[in-house]
Design a binder for this molecule. Structure first.
Ligand SMILES: *Cc1c(COP(=O)(O)O)cnc(C)c1O
Length: 408
């Protein structure tokens, strides 16, 4: 037996079935007309924002990193709740443009920005979080050629990382950001060249569940930003402090204590150095805002036994759920929270493997899980599917195509 991850709060059973925002999954699937289906809940996303804002200092602005989930209705809804949006490609810029969001509240990070992407972003008034000195010079040249003043911030590759984070994005040699030691000179250079100076972006990692680690990281981010500003002799109009807030995916994971993080930040904000006194301070989050508000529903199409183990074979799989299958940056595969959605309040009576329909042994949704008895036709729910599900899975693999998605 292998344990399943913890089912997030906010879900219930109606007539024995999983209900999302008060709606039975069988009805949702019927309305959508097919499985697999991602269901995202407005109410749960709104609740998450409200809880986060209550825990954080007033002064903190909250940006949404749209790569976590860019399904148009979700993006549109989240953009009414977030202070800004973070994009990482020209394609994402077009998605944001389509929502009508104020593009001066959008910032664009990510290595390998092409000239066309830089030009589109500069023309739109998006802030570029520069990933290298070369990118800075290309952006300035494009601004010059098109007669537009680029809004530029520098993404810093700091000399520390977010401890215990799932994906490390700073500290040591990285493709992301400008090494902290090089930033003051580059800041002076781009300010002298006449850019609209937007300050610094320091993002160090993702998926941290330890409040202590996040508090430690945020303290170091503020110190690092102050050091750079002093050395460059400039003030910081903005500081994007990164994010990294994680959600529990696996058995034994405890939710991040955001109140502790907010309290520590409040305390720090009481003695901010002069360089940061006037700065707008941001955090940028993806999965924390939307991850637990999404459920992936897939139907069992076959049930079989093989050398003593039971397999529940579904019409979904890693082509929509790369992370849940254990193939998106995990070292040891562990089970996400998974349930038989059509028998949500039934007691577990069997050990079963839930697999997808792809012809590869990588396609597993739950290994040796304790589940209620389930048959062909039953629905399986994979929780924590609101972030890095549809947007981060290879839906073209084996000709399967994307899942249906709905925001309720
Ligand atoms: C991916 C990313 C995020 C969001 O990460 P989450 O783990 O989803 O919160 C934020 N900022 C940057 C720069 C990123 O690359």
């Amino acid at each position: 037996m292998k344990p399943l991850g913890p089912i997030p709060g906010g879900y219930s059973a109606i007539d024995g079935e999983l209900a999302i925002a008060g709606r039975k999954v069988s009805e949702l699937v019927e309305e959508a007309g097919r499985t697999p289906l991602f269901v995202y809940s407005r109410a749960l996303i709104a609740q998450r924002f409200a809880d986060l804002r209550a825990a954080m200092p007033e002064r903190i602005r909250i940006n949404y990193a749209i790569k976590a989930n860019s399904f148009a209705p979700v993006l549109e809804f989240v953009s009414t709740l977030a202070d800004g949006l973070d994009i990482a490609s020209g394609g994402e810029l077009e998605m944001v443009r389509a929502t009508g969001f104020d593009l001066s509240r959008v910032s664009f990070a990510g290595p390998g920005k092409r000239d066309e992407e830089l030009e589109a972003a500069i023309a739109a008034g998006v802030t570029l979080n520069l990933e290298s000195a070369n990118e800075a010079r290309r952006a300035l040249a494009i601004g010059e050629r098109t007669g537009t003043t680029p809004r530029l911030a520098i993404r810093v590759n700091p000399d520390f990382e977010l401890k215990g984070s799932g994906m490390k994005m700073g500290g040591g040699p990285r493709p992301f950001g400008v090494d902290a030691t090089e930033v003051p000179a580059l800041a002076r250079e781009i300010i002298a060249a006449g850019c609209e100076w937007r300050g610094l972006h320091i993002f160090t990692g993702s998926q941290a569940l330890s409040a202590e680690a996040v508090i430690d990281m945020q303290a170091k981010v503020l110190d690092c930003a102050d050091r750079i500003a002093q050395e460059a002799g400039v003030a910081l109009p903005k500081l994007n402090m990164g994010g990294g807030f994680g959600i529990p995916y696996f058995a034994g994971d405890e939710p991040l204590d955001i109140q502790a993080v907010g309290d520590a930040l409040e305390e720090r904000f009481r003695h901010l150095p002069d360089t940061l006194a006037e700065a707008e301070l941001f955090i940028e989050l993806g999965r924390y805002l939307v991850g637990e508000a999404g459920v992936y529903l897939t139907r069992i199409v076959d049930r079989k036994d093989s050398y003593g183990e039971t397999y529940l074979v579904t019409d979904g799989g890693l082509h929509h759920q790369l992370a849940a299958s254990g193939n998106f940056g995990t070292v040891v595969r562990r089970n996400y929270p998974v349930a038989i959605a059509s028998r949500f309040d039934a007691e577990p009576t069997q050990e079963a493997n839930v697999v997808g329909c792809l012809c590869t042994p990588l396609d597993r949704l739950a290994d040796k899980a304790q589940l209620p008895h389930a048959e062909v036709g039953d629905l399986v729910a994979v929780f924590c599917a609101g972030a890095y599900g549809a947007s981060a899975s290879p839906s073209a693999f084996l000709g399967q195509g994307p899942a249906a998605e709905v925001l309720i």
